[in-house]
Design a binder for this molecule. Structure first.
Ligand code: FES
Length: 134
């Protein structure tokens, strides 16, 4: 009887371990598939931010941060090839920081978000024409 219980326990342990292994494999696959090397659009309009002169800020370049427009470290797991941008304003003031993450003048908005907005508009119009088979 003890042997049977022992076998059942071993069998039970084995079946309990299998899901953990599967979960570990599945999560590693998920992590690989969610990583990107291109920034994602955090918002389609720039962030208007009050800054203090001489203070160091870290601007999110990947778009995954939950503390936009600033970095929260999300790039480490979601976009390891993209590094945040450090900047120090010279004086107190209000800045327009890029939210679309497509600017050529990081961390500042250079108007590239209009291109993002236009591309969204074009794809929306295409969808409407597809839906109506025009
Ligand atoms: S918000 Fe990115 S260029 Fe304006």
């Amino acid at each position: 009887m003890n042997v049977i219980i022992g076998t059942m326990r071993k069998g039970t342990r084995a079946t309990l371990r299998q899901p953990r292994l599967f979960t570990a494999l599945a999560s590693s696959r998920m992590q690989c598939s969610t990583q990107t090397n291109k920034p994602v659009v955090a918002a389609k309009m720039p962030f208007r931010v009050k800054v203090t002169g001489g203070k160091r800020y870290v601007w999110c370049a990947c778009g995954h941060s939950k503390k936009q427009p600033f970095c929260d470290g999300a790039h480490r797991s979601k976009a390891p090839s993209i590094s945040p941008r450090l900047f120090t304003p010279e004086k107190d003031g209000t800045l327009m920081l890029c939210a679309c993450k497509q600017t050529k003048n990081a961390p500042y908005c250079d108007g590239t978000h209009f291109k993002v907005l236009f591309q969204d508009l074009v794809s929306s119009v295409k969808k409407v024409f597809k839906m109506n088979n025009v």
